[in-house]
Design a protein around this ligand. Structure first.
Ligand code: SF4
Length: 259
């Protein structure tokens, strides 16, 4: 039984995807109301190794030596992948020994203000960060972050990442009906996205029970209207799992979803 590697799973966004989980459950800099993995038990911004690098690489090698047919190897799982200091070493190992695989990182973006985190991410092929809320009050309401993470620092980190990262950057907007689907909030999100200049905007919404029972999915018609509003930026805009049963997933849930 594997401890760090899961799947491959069939992911609508990433095709056939092998997951890597570098974190103990549930370690995150956010405690999102919509998190489908449950409440964050270790709310932190402290980067750690968490597990021995040699154990992770040995397990990865055992799986990859069989040369599985994959579209992506994806860092996701039990929390925020950039909290692991081993993210960079594991990505570099993959790129050195298995350069034919594409590497994706699903992140909440909160630590991208740190140069060392951006440096860890640079060898990846695809980064999917979650866009922060329009202001601190909304941020605290939806994402319930570690106490000293500011919206402005997250935005600056993502803008800096875009400048340094030449791979694919897809901006995820997680929509919670009645909370961040109003006109003002959408305008702010769109402005944030324009400043980051992603290659793709991905709208996401609840697909299975979140941490808070009052969170519900956005209705199809409203999703289409919101998609059209974001598409006015000229940036391709997609709805995650659109038209499919069980197709949504946010950056931690790839291992739980067969889309
Ligand atoms: S959805 Fe992602 S960022 Fe939010 S609490 Fe869950 S693991 Fe953390």
């Amino acid at each position: 039984m594997n401890r760090y590697v899961f799947g491959p799973v069939s992911s609508r966004r990433l095709g056939k995807s092998l997951g890597i989980d570098l974190l103990p459950y549930k370690t995150c800099s956010y405690n999102c109301v919509y998190c489908e993995c449950g409440a964050t038990t270790d709310l932190t911004i402290t980067r750690q190794d968490f597990f021995p690098l040699k154990d992770i690489l040995a397990e990865l090698d055992r799986v990859l030596v069989k040369k599985p047919n994959l579209d992506y190897i994806t860092f996701a799982g039990s929390g925020e992948p950039t909290l692991s200091r081993l993210l960079g070493p594991v990505i570099r190992h993959l790129k050195e020994h298995y350069p034919w695989y594409h590497v994706a990182v699903l992140t909440n973006g909160t630590l991208c203000m740190l140069p060392e985190v951006r440096s860890d991410l640079l060898p990846a092929d695809l980064i999917i960060p979650t866009i922060p809320a329009s202001d601190q009050a909304m941020q605290d309401r939806i994402f319930r972050p570690y106490h000293n993470i500011s919206v402005s620092s997250i935005k600056s980190g993502l803008v800096a990442l875009r400048k340094e990262f030449s791979g694919q950057l897809w901006a995820e907007v997680f929509l919670v009906p009645g909370i961040n689907t109003g006109k003002d909030e959408l305008i702010h999100s769109r402005e944030t996205i324009i400043s980051i200049r992603p290659d793709l905007i991905q709208l996401n919404s609840l697909d299975r029970p979140g941490t808070e029972p009052w969170v519900c999915p956005v209705q199809r018609l409203e999703l289409i209207q919101i998609r059209d509003f974001f598409a006015e930026t000229g940036i391709p805009t997609d709805i995650a799992g659109f038209g499919q049963r069980g197709g949504f997933f946010s950056h931690t849930h790839e291992h739980l979803v067969i889309s």
